[in-house]
Design a protein around this ligand. Structure first.
Ligand code: NBP
Length: 514
C-alpha cells in the first residue's frame, strides 16, 4: 500500500466542494477528492489540469477505500454534500456518506460536515460518532462559491482537542481581515491567495454550535437583504427613482457606516442593464419577477427564536416577506380589489427622505443584529455551549455574505463587554439609534401613510420601542389569560414568583354606568 500523501480529503464535488478544494490546494495542501458520481471527479481533475496552477495537489479517486487510504492520519475528511435533515431523526446524504465511510476509518479520524446542515442533525451525528472514536465537526461555510474559492468565513463546531488538527488548514483557507481596521483583504480579486491578516474562523463550540451560528448568520443575511429591498422599494415608489439613480445612492451609502458586501452587490445589480433589451435602455432589476425563493435557514432561525422565546420579530418578518413575495398571483388579484390610503400627500424633499431612509436602514439593521445575537445568547444556555460573541462577530467581518464595516463595531462591543445584554445597549449603537430614530420614525410613518409595505423597518422599530418600554400592555393580556384559563397573574406590588387568581367574573366588580 502506498504511503498516504494527502493532508485532507473532500467528498462532494459540486460547486462548493470544488472551490474549497482549489482553495486548499492554493495554500499548499494536498487534497484527495471523491464524488458519488465518478464522472464529476474526472471532469474536476481535468478542469484542474487545464485551469488551475495548483492542480498537482488535487488527487481524484473512484473508490472510497482508496480515497480514505490516501489521507494522512489522523484523517481529516470534509463533506460538501447536499443536506436536507431538519429533525434529529431525519437522515440524508451526510448520513449516507458517514455510513459508507465508517468501516474504512480509524479511531481519532476527523469528519467535517461543511454543508448547511441543521444543528440538530449535527448534535445527533456527533453523539453517534463520538463513542466509536471518531471526531465529528459541523463547520458552517459562508461566502458562496467565491468565498469557498478564495476565502470563506468558517464556523467549526466540534471537539476542542481535535480542532488543533484542523485549525492550521481552516486558518489558511479562511478569509482574512486587516487586524487594525477589520476590513477584509480582497487580494483574491487579483487571483492571489490571501496569506496575511486575521483569519475569519474560530472554534465556535462543541457539536452543533458551528452549524447553529451559521444558521443565525443566514437568518441575519435574510433580514439584511430585506432591509435593503425596503429602502429600494421606498425610493422607487415614493420618489419615483430609477434603478440607475438608486445605484448612485447605494454607492454613496457604501462609502459610510453602511459599507457592506450586500450594499456593494446591490449597487452593481442596480447599475446593470437588461441583457434582453436590445436598445440597452431598460434596467436589469425591472425585468426580474418579484418573487423570492428560500432554502430554509431563515425559517429555521425564526422557528428556533419562537422555540427559545426570543423576540426576533424583524428576522421573522424577513422570512414572511419572502413568503408574501411568493404568492404573486394572489397579490396581482388583490391589487385590483383592495384599496390603499386615499388622501396621500405629495412627497417633497427628496434629498431629506433619502437620508431618512438611510437612517431607517441603519437603525433597523442594528435591531436585527441585536436579535441575532440575543438568539445565540439564549441558544448557548439551551444547548450547553459557551459562545464568544466578540470572536463570532470577528469572523463575520470577512468572507461571508453579511461582511460589513459595522461588524467591527459589534466585535468591539462584545470584546469590551462579553456579557453585553443587548447590542442596542452598547454606547456606540445606543448613540447611533438615538441619532437616527427621528428619521427612522419619519420613514415608517410616511410608508404607513402612503401604503408602502416595509415590514422589516416597521417591526424593527416596534422591537426597539418594545425593548425600551418598562411597561407593556401584558398586564391586560395576563388578566385575560387569568379570566378564561385561570392562568394566574403576578402583581406589581408583590415579589416576583407569587401568583394570584380572581374567580371571574368578579361579582364585586363595579358596574359600568352605560
Ligand atoms: P449540493 O447541495 O447541490 O449537493 C451536491 C453534492 O452532493 C454532489 O456532490 C452530489 O453527488 C452529492 N450527493 C448527493 Br445530492 N447525495 C449524495 C449521497 N447520497 N451520497 C454522496 N453524495 C451525495 O452542492 P453545493 O451547492 O456545492 O452545496 C454543498 C453544501 O454546501 C450543501 O449543504 C449546501 O447547503 C452548502 N452551501 C452551499 C452554498 C452555495 O452557495 N451553493 C453556500 C454555503 C453552503 P453527485 O454528484 O453524485 O450527485
Amino acid at each position: 500500500m502506498a504511503t498516504p500523501a494527502s493532508d485532507i480529503g473532500l467528498i462532494g464535488l459540486a460547486v462548493m466542494g470544488q472551490n474549497l478544494v482549489l482553495n486548499m490546494a492554493d495554500h499548499g495542501y494536498t487534497v484527495s477528492v471523491y464524488n458519488r458520481t465518478t464522472a464529476t471527479t474526472d471532469d474536476f481533475i481535468a478542469r484542474c489540469k487545464e485551469e488551475e496552477p495548483s492542480a498537482e495537489r488535487v488527487i481524484g479517486f473512484a473508490e472510497l477505500k482508496d480515497f480514505v487510504q490516501s489521507i494522512k492520519r489522523p484523517r481529516k475528511i470534509v463533506f460538501l454534500v447536499q443536506s436536507k435533515a431538519v429533525l434529529p431523526t431525519d437522515r440524508d446524504a451526510v448520513d449516507a456518506v458517514i455510513a459508507q465511510l465508517e468501516p474504512l476509518l480509524d479511531k481519532g479520524d476527523i469528519i467535517i460536515d461543511g454543508g448547511n446542515s441543521n444543528w440538530n442533525a449535527t448534535i445527533r451525528r456527533e453523539k453517534e460518532l463520538a463513542p466509536k472514536g471518531f471526531k465529528f465537526f459541523g463547520s458552517g461555510v459562508s461566502g458562496g462559491e467565491l468565498g469557498a474559492r478564495f476565502g470563506p468565513s468558517l464556523m467549526p463546531g466540534g471537539d476542542k482537542a481535535a480542532w488543533k488538527e484542523l485549525k492550521p488548514i481552516w486558518e489558511a483557507i479562511a478569509a482574512k481581515v486587516d487586524p487594525k481596521t477589520g476590513k477584509p483583504f480582497e487580494d483574491y480579486k487579483k487571483g492571489v491567495p490571501i496569506t496575511k491578516g486575521v483569519p475569519c474562523t474560530t472554534h465556535i463550540g462543541s457539536d452543533g454550535a458551528g452549524h447553529y451560528v451559521k444558521m443565525v448568520h443566514n437568518g441575519i443575511e435574510y433580514i439584511d437583504m430585506q432591509l435593503i429591498c425596503e429602502a429600494y422599494q421606498l425610493m422607487k415608489t415614493l420618489l419615483g427613482m430609477s434603478a440607475g439613480e438608486m445605484s448612485k445612492v447605494f454607492a454613496e451609502w457604501n462609502s459610510g457606516e453602511l459599507d457592506s458586501f450586500l450594499i456593494e452587490i446591490t449597487t452593481d445589480i442596480l447599475q446593470q442593464k437588461d441583457p434582453a433589451d436590445k436598445k440597452g435602455k431598460k434596467w436589469f432589476v425591472d425585468g426580474v419577477l418579484d418573487t423570492a425563493g428560500q432554502k430554509g435557514t431563515g425559517k429555521w432561525t425564526s422557528a428556533n427564536a419562537l422555540d427559545l422565546g426570543i423576540p426576533a420579530n424583524a428576522m421573522a418578518e424577513a422570512v414572511f416577506a419572502r413568503c408574501l413575495s411568493a404568492i404573486k398571483d394572489e397579490r396581482v388579484v388583490a391589487s385590483k380589489k383592495l384599496k390603499g390610503p386615499k388622501d396621500t400627500k405629495k412627497i417633497t424633499g427628496k434629498k431629506k427622505l433619502i437620508e431618512a431612509i438611510r437612517d431607517a436602514l441603519y437603525c433597523s439593521k442594528i435591531c436585527a443584529y441585536a436579535q441575532g445575537f440575543q438568539l445565540m445568547a439564549e441558544a448557548q444556555n439551551e444547548y450547553n455551549w459557551k459562545l464568544d460573541f466578540g470572536k463570532i462577530a470577528g469572523i463575520f467581518r470577512g468572507g461571508c455574505i453579511i461582511r460589513a464595516r459595522f461588524l467591527q463595531k459589534i466585535t468591539d462591543a462584545y470584546t469590551k463587554d462579553p456579557k453585553l445584554q443587548n447590542l442596542m445597549l452598547d454606547p456606540y449603537f445606543k448613540k447611533a439609534i438615538n441619532k437616527g430614530q427621528t428619521n427612522w420614525r419619519k420613514v415608517v410613518s410616511t410608508a404607513a401613510e402612503q401604503g408602502v409595505p416595509c415590514p422589516a423597518f416597521m417591526s424593527a422599530l416596534s422591537y426597539y420601542d418594545g425593548y425600551r418600554s418598562a411597561v407593556l400592555p401584558a398586564n391586560l393580556l395576563q388578566s385575560q389569560r387569568d379570566y378564561f384559563g385561570a392562568h394566574t397573574y403576578e402583581r406589581v406590588d408583590k415579589p416576583r414568583g407569587k401568583f394570584f387568581h380572581v374567580d371571574w367574573p368578579d361579582p364585586k366588580r363595579p358596574q359600568l354606568n352605560m
